[in-house]
Design a protein around this ligand. Structure first.
Ligand code: ATP
Length: 267
């Protein structure tokens, strides 16, 4: 594998309005990442440049990736998604080289969000050879992060992990991933918001999403998205039987909810 374009940069269309709940997290991101780009004079007065890094952590499926894409959407930035597992599966040397290329690409496409998923993959292995490999990649990553800090603005790094406690401690030092933000599972009102967002624009019967939110304790955003997909399928089955568009009913969603198990409990 000698693929220089390991990750294609794209410009996501999502914005914060598409992300249900997470108001605290959005507020922090706005203040630390978005506003410094939009009103640099104010932030410069406080010695703050646009750019920097941020670590999102929390249970799977609660919007870390989605939120990172939405940050890019908010500032009309390029988005580079780095899956560390894929980079780690390369040969020693090749991994570091690829990581460097990705940071180069970000610098050429400013403003840019570099999203690094599964950060905990670094340092999680016990095998001797792998540990050496991981170490080299961590070092390369530190080099890139520190490099950005000294001569760069408008390149933002967002890291994500389900297990921040497994993270290599060198990554948490000042100037690296020093902003740590918890992306929590949605509470009842947020679950209702997420359901409404996922249902928007579809043929709908009269629905009580507040009731569904109440009955979906511990469901993640991803779980709720799946529930809506299943309900769509039930409505589609009916539509095909009848031969005309049938709206999604409360019963479809109730049935779909019954079939799924919440996934944030195991975290
Ligand atoms: P993982 O840790 O498994 O990578 P994640 O936290 O990155 O998970 P996402 O990939 O962002 O989770 O979420 C999966 C999908 O669930 C998203 O594409 C989105 O459609 C939906 N989703 C999750 N949380 C929200 C939310 N708060 N608002 C709207 N949609 C959400």
């Amino acid at each position: 594998k000698n693929d220089k374009t390991l990750v294609e940069s794209e410009k996501p269309k999502e914005t914060f309005a598409d992300v249900g709940g997470l108001e605290e997290v959005k507020k922090k991101i706005r203040l630390n990442f978005i506003l410094p780009l939009q009103q640099p004079e104010i932030f410069k007065a406080y010695g703050k440049e646009a750019g920097g890094s941020l670590l999102l952590y929390g249970p799977p499926g609660c919007g870390k990736t989605f939120l990172a894409r939405a940050v890019a959407g908010e500032i009309d930035a390029h988005f580079l998604h780095i899956e560390l597992q894929a980079i780690l599966s390369m040969y020693v040397g090749e991994s570091e080289h690829n990581l460097h290329d990705l940071f180069e690409k970000a610098r050429e496409n400013k403003p840019c969000i570099i999203f690094i998923d599964e950060l905990d993959a670094l340092g999680g292995s016990r095998h001797q050879m792998r540990q050496h490999h991981d170490r080299m990649l961590v070092n390369q990553l530190l080099l890139e992060l520190d490099g950005l800090q000294t001569f760069n603005d408008q390149v933002f790094i967002i890291g994500a992990t389900n297990t921040p406690w497994y993270l290599d401690s060198a990554l948490r030092r000042p100037g690296r991933f020093d902003h740590l933000l918890f992306v929590p599972p949605p509470e009842e009102p947020e679950r209702s918001t997420i359901l409404n967002l996922k249902l928007a624009g579809k043929p709908l019967d009269k629905l009580d999403t507040a009731k569904l939110a109440k009955d979906s304790k511990h469901f993640s955003g991803a779980d709720l998205e799946q529930v809506v997909k299943d309900a769509v399928e039930l409505a589609l089955e009916r539509t095909m039987e009848v031969g005309s568009i049938q709206p999604i009913r409360q019963d479809d969603l109730k049935e779909a909810l019954k079939r799924r198990k919440p996934t944030t409990l195991e975290w």
